[in-house]
Design a protein around this ligand. Sequence first.
Ligand code: CA
Ligand code: CA
Ligand code: CA
Length: 502
Amino acid sequence: MLATQPSDVYYEIFVRSFYDSDGDGIGDFKGLIEKLDYLNDGNPDTDNDLGVEGIWLMPINPSPSYHGYDVTDYRAIHPDYGTMEDFKEFLDEAHKRDIKVIMDLVVNHTSKEHPWFLEAAADKNSPYRDWYIWAEDQNRKTGGSSAAGSGSPWHTARGDHYMGIFWEGMPDLNFDNPEVRQEMKETGRFWLELGLDGFRLDAAKHIYEDLITDKGQETTDKNVAWWQEFRSSMLEVNPDAYLVGEVWDPSPALVANYLDSALDSGFNFGLAETILSAAKQEKDNNIAFTLERTYKLFEEKSKGQFVDATFLTNHDMNRVMTQLEGNADHAKMAAGLMLTLPGNPFIYYGEEIGMTGAKPDESIREPMQWHAGGAGIGQTTWEPVQFNTGKPGTSVEEQLQNSDSLLSHYRKLIALRNVSSALKDGAVKEFASGHDGVIAYLRQNDKESVLVLHNLTGKEQTLLLEADEEQAFTKIAGTTREGAQLSANQLVIPGYTTTVLQ
Ligand SMILES: [Ca+2]
Ligand SMILES: [Ca+2]
Ligand SMILES: [Ca+2]
């Protein structure tokens, strides 16, 4: 039996851009509560919601930056987003709807305005001095290039040099100091005790990979050892805590290291690229074959305890609709692939309505578009909208009224996934479609087997399905477009359509 992966559909939210409850133009937790029913109303019998089962909150801690990836207090809520009470209420409301909540935990570095760093920089005898990495204290040369690609990782404070591999505003913490490790484990436990369901672990491979020359198995082993230690501490509070790491690397072999009693998931950056390329080129690129091999490796390394974390783009990448040059059919096919493959799919907010955006970062994190015309109740306005303005159709309001919209498409696919245990949790097995514009694969668990077919082209295709010795497919379980027809072993599938056979 191939590896099965119990999965949930997640939705990544930038709170600042989501929904504003008090008119200051900044998204907040009270606003997010108002929009939970959009994500999942908690009733499996209704289909007027997206149906997601998990939320990933981008950083919610106090921070001097708009994005929050430089934290000044790990155990508090950013005042722009509300109070701790608001957060707890949000958590309760999410849980009432069976939505799990994980949040970004950014432990590789703090803000340079964090009180620890302020003290460390001001006083060489401060107990916090050794929480950071100082060239002068550790007798290190200030050379080398950042493994995060930002040039020199060394920055000056009062004449001394500290390590900050992303930016001078983000000094790296020293994970050789046991107090740092203890503090971050206690921080994790603090949030789990409040009821949080897990974490998205930022820069998970950069704990020890600071310089380009650090890359290698020895460094990976030190990173993994830290996350194993973190994990076992989290499991003492919540045995089901979910840990997904940002191990930004296209190599499944590297990610596999982290699945050994450390992380449940590593984001599958390579798959994201492969899916978008298949949709764009309208061509099968052996996704299922590649994944079968990847999951075999993951299963070995994790002893069967892994779940992939799939996505199309996130807050660090140009938006899907921009990468696909505004082609809504290609966006539908990309969504169809992601939402019928194994693993926890992570939808980046706004992706389901085809929001656009290209770097710089602020422009890929624009306000969620709720209303036709871009203005109305709850609309966030913290930054001027450059990309998602003046584009009729790119709003929740408009797409709710259109059964052929991208939003309706996402809803259909998630609903289909949520009623099929094979689509939700089953293994993936390649299946020859006989046409290079059609991707096909089986999803199987011990209860059922379904055949998923994606016609990536704009033309209707007629496929002769090789009869499987174990199972013949006799019924269309779901299709994203009307017109699919199955008779004997012949399937007619309309252009740009995902069809699932039982
Ligand atoms: Ca607000
Ligand atoms: Ca529902
Ligand atoms: Ca580091």
